[in-house]
Each structure stands twice: as structure tokens, then as C-alpha cells.
Design a binder for this molecule. Sequence first.
Ligand SMILES: C[S@@+](CC[C@H](N)C(=O)[O-])C[C@H]1O[C@@H](n2cnc3c(N)ncnc32)[C@H](O)[C@@H]1O
Length: 261
Amino acid sequence: MKRIEPKLTVVGAGPGDPELITIKAARLLMEADIVLYDALVNTELLDYVPSSVPTIFVGKRAKAHAYTQQQINDLIIDSAFSYGHVVRLKGGDPFVFGRGWEEIEHARSFNIDAGYVPGISSSIGVAGLQQIPVTHRGTSESFWVITGTTSSGKISKDVQAAAQTNATVVILMGLHKLQEIVEIFSHAGKSSLPVSVVQNGSLTNEKYVLGNIDNIEKRVVAAGIGAPAIIVIGEVVALHPEYNKTLAEKIKIDNSFYSLN
Ligand SMILES: C[S@@+](CC[C@H](N)C(=O)[O-])C[C@H]1O[C@@H](n2cnc3c(N)ncnc32)[C@H](O)[C@@H]1O
């Protein structure tokens, strides 16, 4: 009988396209004794997991039972002692708003060997796939990745600070805070700063809009953009090949939007 060796690897699955996973992550899925995966993980990746190996969905999905972080932590420990190697598969990169480090620390507190495999974060990858580089020589010297929703449910204060800089600002989990975000950038005198919002980046159902701080809210509504989405704010958005064209076309959309109301 195989000796159980408790182990945890927190693994990044990338932003959604199943080809955007690392070779190392795919190998670990083939070798896992149990896989616990999140909502934003593309389930096609579970094809790497041998059929005899259990896979458990622990993410939040509408109407489904949602595990608390404590329950996930407990499940990791139980799974490691009962099965051996737990592969904890998370959307994007596990250390970018992924609670990956909490799970590693928790496992280590039980003397479980715990490691990490990076993934392509939506914050960089989804923007890049939309032909928006987060940095570009002469345009943007840095980028901030900020959460729109902190543990208290409020927008991060860092958005205010970032709005004072020339950095590219990428906001995750921020769609329902778009009005507040727009206000912050408007108060910073940046009403014409280019913005893009991208939903389901890297997937076949990807949707995006381009605009600026002044009109992005209307464009998001007009295009029916929903979560999961990233908000990219900064001059680099104007590098998008359709930025100027879309601005001209979307003025019509804005006018009809106004006339409907
Ligand atoms: C809990 S955070 C996890 C982020 C993840 N660890 C990463 O590095 O991409 C979830 C948020 O990431 C963003 N996100 C993740 N995948 C996305 C995708 N394919 N398209 C757009 N946004 C995405 C959304 O803002 C979503 O609300």
C-alpha cells in the first residue's frame, strides 16, 4: 500500500484559456492525490487529473454551497492526511488576491510540506491579451494591481493613492465599485484618462469596452459587461489598436444612451 505523505501545492491555473497553464502545473495535476479547485478555474484543466483521483469544487458559484476559507483550510488538512498530495488549483496566480499564502501558512502550521506554482494573473495577462501592455517605455513606468473590494467590502484606499500617479492601475473585483472609481479619478483631474474593462479575458466569451473615465460607466452598461472583469486605467489603454476608432464609434452609442434616458 502507498504510504501517505501529506503535501500541499498551491497552483495557478491562469486566467481561463486552458492553454495558459504552466507545464509544471499540468504535471502536478497528473500526479495529484486530490485536487481542490476554485470557481474561476477552467474545468477543462481537470482532464489532466487521472479519473481515479477526487476533484472537489470549493469555489463560490451562484446558488451553490460556498465554502468559507476556514472550511477550505480544514479540507486541505484533512485531504493531505487522508490522500497525500493536495493540489489546490486557483484562478490566475494564487498570490494575487488568491489567499494562496494563507493556505500555505495554515498547512505549514500542521507541519505539512507546502509549495507554490505561479500562474498567469488576469491582472497582467488579460490586459495583455487585449493588446494593452501594463508598462510601455515612455508611456507607463509602473503598474498597480488593486482590489476593488477589500475584506471590509469597501474599495481599497490604494485606488485614491494610485490615482495621484502616472502608473497603469489595474483593479480586480471592482466592477460594482466602478462609480466610486470613476469619482476618485475625476477628482484627481483625470476625466479623459483611457480605461478598458475586460470580462472573461482569454476565454471565447470575452467581452471588453474601451473609453475614458468620463464615459466608461455608460459603456460598461451599454455593452452588458459583468463579472469577472478587470478594469485597466491609464495611458497604455490608448495603445489598443481600436482605441481611437472605438472612441469615434462609441460617441454614437453614448448619444443614443442619453436620448433613451
Ligand atoms: C479573487 S480575484 C483572483 C485573481 C487571480 N488570482 C488572478 O491572479 O487573476 C478574482 C478577480 O480576478 C479578476 N479575473 C480573474 N480572471 C479573470 C478573467 N479571465 N477575466 C477578467 N477578470 C478576471 C476579476 O476581477 C475577478 O473578480
